[in-house]
Design a protein around this ligand. Structure first.
Ligand code: NAD
Length: 699
């Protein structure tokens, strides 16, 4: 049973018991209704308390059921709430710790609510592209007032119970318990005290009014519209709450249901739900159990205080973990330290960080020029120059000085981690931690699992990733890992498009309209075009068959590396980041076309987006086949959190599924006919071809 039943005197206590958060899936709903019936038919029971066992009252619906018939299977949540409302004996919700979504809707259906302080209360459905679909939009405005309820529903953000209890005239909580520990006892006593009260109070019977309703909802729509571009759910939340002020309760409930079901079928909600699940699944590694033993990481050593070393260190300082940075020269240490200081000071200035917190973080940071000073660290992260020789020097030193059991991590973005591990006598302790720049800001952390990386090391680093608030995704060892291996194909396509007739501006605009945070050429200017140049030079030797447009090389030959040199695909004014179309680059592209004998053609935005995004998808499919990523959701997480892929499209692999893999393959076959393109690349990856033929998607 996923609910527990006890009788205390004349009060039945029903405890939701479905760890970890007492989700209201089908089995729990069934169990809850059974116990409600039992309490109602027991003559010795006069009143009922519903609470949650363990670490939550309830986290809400089971989102794995969304979009499947299970969610609607009777008793669905609406029927359960109706049954609670219709109970002939008073039902008291005893709320603590977490009361979210369907959990709050269930509580709102109870006759009384008593809450423990410190409870997180929210209707977060909007974050999944939905709205509360079991009466939340109709009952919360009645219980809390229209404005605070709409704020909660549109933002999906949690509010502490004691703050809600302070809202004048609120009817959400009839009583606050004095502590979480005494909640159940107080609820039982309260339930006994109101056992004979009739008629039973119902939230649905409360008035729902706003003194200048039409103006208020107009304001709300204007505000929400501006903030929710590409997301349909927030405006529907406004419609639903407005309905609560205009319609009789049951009518409002029907309207809410209709909106909920329509939203459930939107691609945006499917994408958001996919990402929600993928984020949780990313930490699950097929052959490493969740409870695998982990090593304790209490102190970090950082090799290199450059761009990445500094940013990476900040993550640990922010999490209260001491860091010792090592460099070869004092000047480099001073420079690194000054950059960290400057970053924190900017946060203090903006009011994002308190002065004492800043000082506390800086006090956790120390520096050294001597490897022997690192021997007590539990983990060391190397972020020196991207050269195998430099990595070898560092890892041989680390092998010499680090204590047994210390984790040795490399931030390399392109080098072979297995080779790096081979510089030590402890390859089981070596792992890749590929942070993204700026490392103190970007959410993504690719955790690179070497051929001999220990499972406990992997489990430790994944847990550490969570601690420093990164989205950690496991990647196998290959050139570029998941993210950069795919982006190379995307950039390759962008280059061909210039040869064929597009401009950098047109390509960037098309991708930005699709939702990418930045088009490929603006991205190149930001990251530095010289990085790709170096990779192409290496490729020319390693994989000479791979086709490239020569435009990017020509750009670099002009010294136009991007923002850092004041010029790249675009021109930049000193101290500004606005990308200004460059006549010189336009001419360079035209001349290059003439050299190739190409008559430029008009290329549609649709073709631009398809070629770039499907290039990601096909390489992603190869990555899955090669076992570099263990699931397509991991690839989507990489692109959402590290490459500015629009979250409402769910990542490239999910997006391909939405388009239909059959259609993706058809388009690829068309691109393969283009003599200017890399025809070999457009051969669909076997996995993609197979799934397309079977009418399946990657997930
Ligand atoms: P950087 O040039 O800014 O910094 C490297 C630092 O390492 C310098 O301060 C240098 O003095 C120091 N260093 C070099 N050899 C050393 C040694 N033997 N011992 C101690 N210190 C030494 O480089 P970066 O951009 O911070 O890149 C560092 C690593 O991170 C590289 O492997 C790079 O591929 C990777 N990476 C960089 C980015 C990025 O966007 N910059 C992103 C992901 C990964």
């Amino acid at each position: 049973m996923t609910t527990l039943y006890q009788v205390h005197g004349s009060v039945a206590l029903i405890s939701l018991s479905n760890p970890p958060v007492n989700g209201l899936g089908y089995v729990t709903r069934l169990s809850l209704t059974d116990h409600l019936q039992k309490a109602n038919s027991d003559a010795t029971v006069k009143s009922i308390v519903i609470t949650g066992a363990g670490k939550a009252f309830s986290g809400g619906a089971d989102i794995r059921e969304f979009g499947s018939p299970k969610a609607l299977q009777e008793p669905n949540l609406l029927s359960v709430i109706l049954m609670v409302e219709n109970s002939s004996k008073p039902v008291v919700a005893a709320i603590h710790t977490v009361c979210m979504g369907g959990g709050l809707e269930l509580a709102l259906g109870c006759h009384y609510r008593i809450a423990a302080p410190g409870c997180i209360v929210a209707l977060p459905e909007v974050k999944l592209g939905l709205l509360p679909g079991a009466g939340g939009t109709q009952r919360l405005p009645r219980a809390l007032g229209v404005e605070p309820a709409l704020n909660m529903i549109v933002s999906g953000e949690p509010v502490k119970s004691e703050l809600l209890a302070q809202i004048p005239g609120q009817k959400l909580f009839d009583k606050m318990a004095s502590s979480p520990e005494s909640l159940v006892q107080e609820a039982l006593a309260f339930a006994q005290s109101i056992a004979d009260t009739r008629p039973l109070p119902l939230v649905r019977n409360l008035p729902c009014k706003h003194s200048y309703r039409d103006a208020y909802f107009q304001f709300a729509r204007n505000m929400v519209k501006g903030m929710s571009k590409n997301f349909p759910a927030p405006l529907k939340c406004v419609d639903a709450v407005e309905a609560a002020t205009k319609r009789i309760f049951d009518d409002g409930l029907r309207f809410e249901r209709e909106l909920f079901i329509n939203l459930m079928w939107t691609p945006e909600s499917r994408a958001l739900r996919h990402i929600f699940m993928a984020e949780r699944a990313a930490s699950k590694i097929p052959d490493v159990p969740q409870d695998a033993p982990k090593r304790e990481i209490k102190a970090i050593a950082m090799i290199g205080a450059g761009t990445m070393g500094g940013g990476i260190s900040m993550n640990f300082l922010n999490a209260g973990i001491p860091v010792r940075m090592l460099e070869m020269k004092q000047e480099a240490l001073d420079r690194g330290l000054a950059t960290i200081r400057k970053n924190y000071e900017a946060q203090v200035k903006k009011g994002k960080l308190k002065q004492d917190k800043y000082e506390q973080r800086m006090s956790l940071l120390s520096t050294t020029l001597n490897y022997d000073d690192l021997k007590d660290a539990d983990m060391v992260i190397e972020a020196v120059f991207e050269e195998m020789g430099a990595k070898e020097t560092v890892f041989r030193e680390l092998d010499r000085v680090m204590k047994p059991g210390a984790i040795l991590a490399s931030n390399t973005s392109t080098l072979d981690l297995n080779k790096i591990a081979g510089f030590t006598k402890r390859p089981q302790d070596v792992i890749g931690t590929h942070f993204f720049s700026p490392a103190n800001v970007m959410k993504l952390l690719e955790v690179v699992r070497g051929a001999r990386t220990g499972k406990d090391v992997l489990a430790t680093v994944m847990a550490l990733g969570k601690k420093i608030r990164k989205t950690a995704v496991v990647s196998g060892v290959c050139d570029g890992f998941i993210g950069n291996r795919m982006i190379e194909r995307y950039i390759q396509q962008a280059g061909f498009l210039l040869d064929e007739g597009a401009t950098p501006q047109q390509v960037d605009k098309a991708l930005e309209k699709f939702g990418m945070a930045m088009g490929p050429f603006r991205m190149g200017d930001l990251a530095g075009n010289d990085i790709g140049w170096a990779i192409r030079k290496r490729r020319a030797q390693e994989t000479p068959d791979m086709k490239y447009s020569r435009t990017a090389d020509k750009l670099c030959e002009l010294g136009r590396y991007g923002q850092k040199t004041g010029a790249g695909w675009y021109d930049y004014q000193a101290g500004r980041r606005d990308a200004i179309p460059s006549e010189l680059v336009g001419k360079m592209i035209e001349d290059h076309r003439k050299e190739l004998g190409i008559t430029p053609r008009k290329i549609s935005d649709e073709e631009i987006v398809q070629r770039l995004v499907y290039a990601l998808v096909n390489e992603g499919a190869h990555i899955l086949e090669d076992g570099i990523a263990s699931k397509s959701g991991d690839i989507d997480m990489v692109y959402i959190t590290g490459y500015g892929f629009p979250i409402y499209r769910g990542g490239p692999m999910h997006y391909a599924g939405e388009q239909g893999l059959f259609n993706v393959v058809q388009a690829m076959n068309r691109f393969a006919q283009n003599p200017r393109d890399d025809q070999a690349f457009w051969q669909p990856a076997p996995l993609l071809a197979k799934l397309a033929a079977e009418g399946k998607s990657f997930s």
